[in-house]
Write a protein that binds this ligand. Structure first.
Ligand code: ATP
Length: 258
């Protein structure tokens, strides 16, 4: 079924009032489009969703692969009140995405710091949060989810990817998007008033690598290894190295189980 605003709004009920949803048949990157909309003054709750994303972005210039009909790719603009700190926002979004995907039948999901949704250890969805302005800041929240494994996924990426539905099983993008927006609304309202600290215990309960040996690799230095001890109240990764717990704040690292 094609993506349709009326279908999504019908499922959202009263919460639909908090969103202004636009469907684009095709675009390069919904985050790139939304950054433009944000600059032009679009209100909080603006959503851009596309049937076909041709140049999806991940962190550090990586590619997010999508295929029409197989993928759900969208961005949400959220404007925060003065005084709200952005620390931990992308982790809070991860909790909302995990809840929503479980609700629509994805099975059990887990979270990988800082921004991946996993199913049986493979990537089911990704999150790219880009902040706009400062004090008060706004966030462009980009989310990509595999409804089915996208056709044309490179072999190495396919090997580590997961999807909501098995091959050949129809998954309704409208139902998935409505569930995601509903959970995002609840989580972002909590985040805005109480910060990530109020969402942290649920993040930890879903953490894929709690107390597991991991390696952190970076483009800028040698990798470090340690035991993953979860995340701090501000979203920093806690890595135990030689019995000391280090806080990793930078998102410029990749985490892997050893
Ligand atoms: P890492 O997983 O190494 O920590 P990352 O979290 O920074 O990297 P992202 O920027 O979130 O990665 O996502 C981009 C990466 O995700 C790509 O390099 C590719 O390996 C993988 N990927 C891209 N498209 C998909 C997809 N549709 N499904 C699953 N994985 C994908």
């Amino acid at each position: 079924m094609p993506i349709a605003v009326a279908e999504i709004a019908g499922r959202l009920g009263l919460a639909a009032r908090r969103f202004d949803i636009e469907v684009l048949p095709r675009c390069d990157s919904t985050n790139a489009v939304m950054l433009g909309r944000a600059e032009a003054g679009a209100p909080s709750g603006t959503v851009v969703v596309t049937e076909e994303q041709t140049a999806g972005r991940g962190r550090r210039g990586r590619t997010w692969f999508a295929n029409p009909g197989d993928s759900l790719t969208f961005s949400l603009l959220w404007r925060f009140a003065p005084g709200t700190a952005p620390a931990g926002l992308s982790l809070a979004v991860g909790v909302a995405v995990a809840r929503a995907l479980e609700r629509v039948g994805a099975g059990e999901t887990a979270l990988k710091w800082p921004n991946d949704i996993l199913k049986q250890g493979c990537k089911l969805g990704g999150i790219l949060v880009e902040l706009v302005g400062d004090a008060p800041y706004s966030a462009v929240i980009g989310i990509g989810v595999n409804l089915r494994l996208p056709a044309g996924l490179p072999e190495d990426v396919r090997a580590t990817s997961a999807a909501i539905g098995a091959p050949g099983v129809a998954v309704d993008a409208n139902e998935v998007l409505a569930a995601l927006l509903g959970e995002l609304l609840a989580t972002l309202d909590t985040f805005a008033t109480q910060g990530f600290a109020a969402i942290r215990s649920e993040w930890l309960a879903r953490h894929a690598y709690q107390n597991v040996p991991v390696r952190l690799s970076s483009d800028f230095g040698p990798p470090s290894e340690g035991i993953c001890r979860g995340v701090d109240t501000d979203g920093a990764l806690l890595l135990e190295v030689d019995r000391r717990v280090e806080r990793i704040l930078s998102g410029e690292v990749s985490l892997r189980p050893v």
